[in-house]
Design a protein. Structure first.
Length: 89
């Protein structure tokens, strides 16, 4: 499974690795900035589900962890339906 937030869709970003050489910053290689995903058990529309959620999302919405029903946006609902479908099968 890809490292992607189930609610927001956040995923890894690309960037450059820098080294400091002779008083100049020197871009040397490409790297990936991974998402800090946390596995959370929560209630979604009355059903207990395990979700991988970005830590920044949990920090801005602490009620997610307490297990309440999430008010979902249209795009999030589509992603969540896919997650629920894989859990049912």
């Amino acid at each position: 499974m890809s490292r992607k937030c189930d609610l927001t869709g956040k995923k890894a970003q690309k960037g450059m690795r820098y080294s400091f050489l002779r008083a100049h910053y020197n871009p040397t290689a490409k790297r990936r900035f991974e998402v800090n995903l946390q596995t959370v058990r929560t209630t979604v529309n009355g059903r207990r589900v395990k979700l991988k959620i970005a830590a920044s999302t949990l920090k801005s919405n602490p009620e997610i962890r307490s297990g309440i029903t999430l008010p979902l946006k249209k795009k999030s609902r589509k992603r969540l339906k896919k997650v629920l479908a894989t859990l049912q099968s």
